[in-house]
Write a protein that binds this ligand. Structure first.
Ligand SMILES: [Zn+2]
Length: 288
């Protein structure tokens, strides 16, 4: 992590050009950006690393490349907005692979249930950090292949997912209704936002229900063969099935799709594409 150490010793941190170009080449969804956009993205990534910091956990060897890839993807949603949308974030923590989070819940009979869950990413509410699994973040980039060909189905991006949750959380608990900024979002109707997202969430949930009814009664999501069957069954959906879990997840998953591979989502939910385009102030369907 040679460069990152030097970065924090300088007054004006700068990502070296060669490193930046190598990282940009790993993110084909940035090809639509102009040179001026890319320069602004680089400056935002530098400021994010400088002000928030990125910390390795769980034995990760945090390379310069990892730091820049994470920061650049984190900066993309706020490219035409403001890093202030991340003000409620303590920092960025990166684990080498899925990390275990412990949960505890008391049921209506007063019985405490405790369980552990491996996560690929988490945005911690109320001033907490964004926590990421590098293995999963790397998988999302490798899985894109050559985006010169639009591809079909949903594309995932755990970094954009968690940072869009962070934006959403500025209003409190994430609910898919991010804060509207007076400077940028005067043209968006809160009513149209809520109607549009409510309608699309209901439609997507219904589409997924129809597919899940085709699953055998003994379906076990932890069985790799069953998981592969599920992936094949849901591959043609315009969004990752996790979008149906909660309206906040719908917003985060739709944000991933919007930035990484917008065409399938824009075709299925043009209203959501339009609202996200107005919100993020980017037209991700545009050619480079
Ligand atoms: Zn989520």
């Amino acid at each position: 992590m040679q460069w990152l150490r030097r970065l924090f010793q300088r007054n004006r941190p700068q990502i070296p050009e060669v490193l930046w170009h190598d990282c940009v080449a790993r993110m084909p969804f940035l090809r639509r950006l102009s040179d001026a956009d890319l320069l602004r993205l680089k400056q935002l990534a530098e400021t994010l690393l400088d002000t928030k910091g990125i910390t390795a956990a769980g034995g990760l060897d945090l390379s310069d490349e990892i730091a820049v890839l994470v920061a650049a993807q984190a900066a993309l949603p706020v490219l035409n907005l403001s890093l202030d949308l991340y003000r409620d974030m303590a920092g960025i923590i990166v684990y080498p692979s899925a990390f275990i989070v412990s949960h505890s819940e008391v049921d209506e009979d007063g019985v405490v249930h405790e369980w552990q869950e491996p996560l690929s990413g988490e945005a911690v509410n109320s001033g907490g950090a964004v926590v990421l699994s590098w293995e999963d973040a790397q998988y999302d980039l490798d899985d894109l292949g050559d985006l010169g060909q639009p591809g079909s189905g949903a594309a995932c991006n755990v970094v954009i997912h968690e940072f869009s949750h962070k934006i959403d959380m500025l209003r409190g608990d994430a609910n898919g209704y991010p804060p509207f900024l007076a400077k940028y979002h005067q043209g968006i109707s809160a009513e149209l936002w809520q109607q549009g997202f409510t309608r699309a969430y209901a439609d997507f949930s219904a589409r997924l229900d129809v597919l899940e009814q085709q699953l055998p009664p003994d379906f076990d999501p932890d069985d790799p063969a069953c998981a592969a069957h599920y992936d094949a069954l849901t591959a043609a959906l315009p969004l990752d099935p996790y979008a149906a879990y909660h309206p906040a997840e719908f917003f985060a998953v739709a944000s991933e799709a919007f930035f990484v591979r917008p065409a399938p989502m824009a075709a299925a939910y043009p209203e959501i594409y339009r609202l996200l385009s107005q919100y993020y102030r980017q037209d991700t369907l545009s050619a480079a």
